[in-house]
Design a protein. Structure first.
Length: 190
């Protein structure tokens, strides 16, 4: 662990499109658990090795409640969004489990297996759209695949009309983007 005198500013800038910032490799090699400085001057810990990240994400002593004092937000937009009513992914047990159990029946193995053709069609459509867009420029995999696929599958399970999916995906992207402005994040959350 490192508590260097002048922590690097985070998030790190991307020099070349899809290439991860070089700072991650340096930290993994030399200081895999180290302090960074966020936009608001706070100094949270940054964990860069896979096993360490898994340990942090599954440690029940650590809170996911964004409203807690000192919770590290990536931007002013994130700080503003944290003031809104939390989703269950921003809750700690037992509230998280109570909320999760309310929708658990929609996500049983059998129910998801019955949705396999629809899920596969969503995956195929997103991949086809990326291919149709051409491969001359790097593709933002989160924007074009990792966000819309699970979102659209969940919207389908919950009965959200397909014509609302594009709008909801765009609002979800703004709401979950750590770089959104405070006003944009609050508006998208509404």
């Amino acid at each position: 662990m490192s508590t260097q005198a002048h922590p690097p500013n985070f998030p790190f800038a991307r020099v070349a499109g899809a290439e991860p910032p070089a700072e991650f490799a340096k930290l993994r090699a030399n200081n895999p658990i180290s302090r960074v400085e966020l936009w608001d001057g706070s100094h949270p810990w940054l964990v860069t090795k896979h096993n360490d990240v898994c340990s942090v994400l599954t440690d029940t002593r650590l809170s996911k409640q964004r409203q807690r004092e000192g919770f590290p937000e990536m931007s002013a937009g994130g700080k503003a969004a944290a003031k809104n009513r939390p989703t269950f992914v921003d809750m700690d047990p037992p509230d998280h489990m109570r909320q999760r159990n309310m929708v658990a029946q929609a996500f049983t193995k059998e129910r998801i297996e019955s949705k396999r053709p629809e899920i596969q069609a969503t995956v195929n459509r997103c991949l086809d759209e990326m291919i149709k867009g051409g491969c001359k420029e790097p593709v933002d995999l989160v924007e074009k695949f990792a966000l819309p696929v699970p979102s659209e599958c969940i919207y389908s399970i919950l009965g959200v009309p397909f014509e609302d999916v594009e709008y909801l995906n765009s609002m979800n992207a703004v709401r979950t983007n750590g770089s959104s402005t405070a006003a944009a994040a609050a508006n998208a959350n509404k």
